[in-house]
Design a protein around this ligand. Structure first.
Ligand code: ACO
Length: 401
């Protein structure tokens, strides 16, 4: 047999970049990010401006179609979404099949995938109008699935949306309306939710977004691509960090609130513990979203009159980390997930739902990236590898092994 090194060399030159730390997978006009200076912009607009002045549906339109909508465009977009807000009753049987203990991210990913069966036209990715059909349907139905996942967790009966409400207001209603009680518009909660969703709406080529693009590159439909993205987001090193942060803060509180002990654990290389919510692959200065969320956490808790000791622990950890050479040298700063869980908790969202809320926010970004990938006619994503296994071996029959 030809030597494996010779064979390997003849396959051509391949660059190895584990975790794609330096490999660009595409050109994109959606999100600009400068990790060194802590800059994040959607389609050229600063995240600070958008979080303060826009609402989530406008940001979704901006990300997907490239421009802020005018009044007519926004109304048409919202009305097209409202047209598609029903989810087939049969889908409830699938939801019923899950145990109450099921993690809502698994439920969401499965239901998103199952939606294809009830919306067969959404496998068509061949034209702009076919894509628009998938886009408005998922923007309409995904919040329903999110609300179902939460109500299942809380043991509440499912609630139907209300077309007269705004997009985020309706999500709030579907999640929180109590049976036999009138829905109360809670402006503080709705505004906080709106802002959190905007801050999570896109973040260029992270793990879940790259997953959506690569699955979509095989011409799988939008819903299948999104379902894969949801699974990628679930992990604690990515979107699952917001759940992990809150569990960590609760554990520190239950353990007497000794933040120094946990700082030491995080620095101990023999201890697998990491300070969840700290560090980022691209932000090596600060995460601009974390700054906005920290301020928002203070405001929301203040406005709701909640005093949460967890917020004090979080602030204590941040202060200590900013003064600690281990964190400073490695440029480990709080990321978007460090404070978001504290707000979700104040709004009455169960911890296991935090990553689902992240997925809800990221939905327009995933859609925008998928659409861009299709419009740019990108080729199927197919990385290479360097084979390091055995050379050709003679087959050994079962009885001789
Ligand atoms: N606590 C303690 N040490 C850390 C942490 C942390 N949270 N994050 C990184 N480090 C250390 C690593 O041990 C490593 O140290 P070493 O150089 O002595 O070996 C160094 O910092 C670099 O870390 P990497 O893991 O190589 O950095 P990478 O860019 O691959 O990972 C990541 C980034 C996954 C976010 C990491 O910082 C981490 O695990 N953070 C905690 C989880 C988290 O908050 N994830 C959310 C990310 S934001 C998002 O997805 C929305």
């Amino acid at each position: 047999a030809i030597d494996i090194k010779t064979l390997r060399a003849s396959t051509g030159m391949v660059t190895i970049d584990p975790g794609y730390k330096n490999t660009g997978s595409c050109e994109s006009a959606i999100t600009f990010l400068n990790g060194e200076q802590g800059i994040l912009r959607y389609r050229g607009y600063s995240i600070e401006d958008l979080a303060e002045k826009a609402d989530f549906l406008e940001v979704a339109y901006l990300l997907i179609f490239g421009e802020l909508p005018n009044k007519e465009q926004l109304e048409k977009f919202h009305s097209d979404i409202k047209e598609e807000s029903q989810v087939d009753e049969e889908m409830k049987k699938i939801l019923d099949g899950f145990p109450k203990s099921a993690h809502p991210m698994g439920v969401l990913s499965s239901l998103t995938s199952a939606l294809v069966a009830f919306n067969p036209s959404c496998v068509d990715v061949s034209s702009e109008s076919a894509m628009y059909n998938s886009i408005v349907r998922i923007l309409a139905k995904f919040p329903v699935l999110v609300a179902w996942a939460m109500r299942k967790k809380k043991g509440l009966p499912l609630d139907y949306g209300d077309d007269t409400l705004g997009y985020v207001e309706n999500i709030h209603k579907m999640m929180f309306k109590r049976p036999n009680q009138e829905y109360k518009r809670d402006r503080i909660a709705i505004d906080a939710l709106d802002k959190l969703l905007i801050l999570h709406a896109d973040h260029e080529q992270n793990c879940s977004t790259s997953t959506v693009r690569i699955v979509g590159s095989s011409h799988a439909g939008l819903f299948a691509s999104l379902s894969a993205g949801i699974s990628a987001l679930w992990g604690p090193l990515h979107g699952g960090a917001n759940q992990a942060v809150l569990e960590m803060l609760e554990a520190i509180e239950a353990d007497g609130g000794d933040t120094k002990k946990y700082m030491a654990k995080a620095k101990d290389k023999d201890d697998p513990f990491r300070l969840m919510g700290f560090g980022h692959r691209v932000y090596k200065n600060f995460d601009p979203r974390a700054k906005i969320i920290k301020k928002s956490a203070d405001e929301v808790l203040g406005n709701l009159g909640i005093e949460d000791p967890i917020l004090d622990i979080a602030k204590g950890l941040e202060k200590e980390a900013l003064e600690d050479s281990y964190f400073v040298d490695r440029k480990l700063y709080p990321n978007v997930d460090f404070y978001s869980g504290i707000i979700y908790r104040a709004l009455g969202i169960p911890t296991e739902m935090f990553t689902v809320m992240f997925a809800l926010g990221r939905l327009p970004g995933w859609i925008a990236q998928w659409r861009e990938m299709r419009l740019r006619k990108e080729p199927i994503g197919r990385p290479r590898q360097v084979y390091i296994g055995e050379n050709l071996r003679d087959f050994v029959p079962l009885e001789k092994r």
